[in-house]
Design a protein around this ligand. Structure first.
Ligand SMILES: C[S@@+](CC[C@H](N)C(=O)[O-])C[C@H]1O[C@@H](n2cnc3c(N)ncnc32)[C@H](O)[C@@H]1O
Length: 224
């Protein structure tokens, strides 16, 4: 499916902007990244952009996760995918509590790395995003990419969280620290298994070392 077609169908739905959708779509098509995992889909707008790219590639699938209450959104992901004609390309998973639990089940089914592109856009806290990255690292194929949204987001700055009871109980530091950025700077940038780590278009991007590079690094690590 061409970008303009999906972009017109999801117009007016909240979250991923048209410009961001274009960046994601082009990246997935250009680098041929057919196996997509998304953490946090909300209305499914970003999932539609990913699905359109997979459709354009002619192979692949999008596995995407959120919580059960995402079913109450208007539109919900099923409705938006149907409107776009992209339902067959996406499997939405509705977690009771957290996608980290669902990632555990994926690893239990098959511990092999099997995604080419992972988009992390949910949780946004040190605990959730940090642990999600650890699990995603196991599932990301060599040469695959992980992208973190909202590097600068804070619990105190977001109208959707700042007045919540649980946020008010946190320390000032926990409320005002951009926690996704902490994960990106402290866990991703420093990770020896990632070769191309950069901040671009407001996202944190990291490429897992391709197999040849990974074995070279293992060899150098051993011979030191
Ligand atoms: C910013 S929205 C996602 C927007 C979507 N990626 C887009 O651009 O169209 C973040 C979503 O993450 C979900 N979320 C946050 N923490 C989560 C968790 N631990 N497990 C599952 N879903 C979570 C929320 O329910 C929310 O729908």
């Amino acid at each position: 499916m061409k970008f303009d077609q999906v972009d017109a169908a999801v117009a007016g739905t909240r979250f991923m902007s048209s410009k961001q959708g274009r960046t994601m779509y082009d990246f997935i098509v250009k680098h041929s990244l057919p196996r997509v995992l998304e953490l946090g889909f909300a209305y499914g707008k970003s999932s539609c952009y990913f699905a359109a790219a997979v459709d354009e590639l002619g192979e692949g699938h999008v596995l995407t996760m959120d919580r059960t209450d995402a079913l109450d959104r208007k539109p919900n992901i099923h409705e938006l995918l149907k409107k776009c004609g992209l339902t067959e390309h996406v499997t939405p998973v509705f977690a009771h509590t957290s996608f980290t639990w669902e990632l555990m089940k994926l690893l239990e089914q098959d511990p092999q790395p099997r995604f080419d592109f992972v988009y992390i856009d949910g949780g946004h806290t040190w605990d959730v995003t940090g642990y999600a990255f650890m699990l995603v690292d196991r599932l990301l194929a060599p040469g695959g990419w992980v992208v973190f949204d909202d590097l600068n987001w804070t619990l105190a700055g977001s109208p959707s969280t700042r007045d919540s009871g649980w946020v008010k109980k946190l320390s000032e530091e926990e409320r005002t620290t951009p926690q996704v950025r902490k994960v990106f700077d402290l866990l991703v940038r420093t990770h020896p298994g990632y070769v191309d780590v950069r901040e671009r278009n407001g996202w944190g991007w990291a490429r897992k070392a391709p197999e040849s590079e990974a074995s070279r690094r293992r060899f150098l690590g051993r011979s030191r």
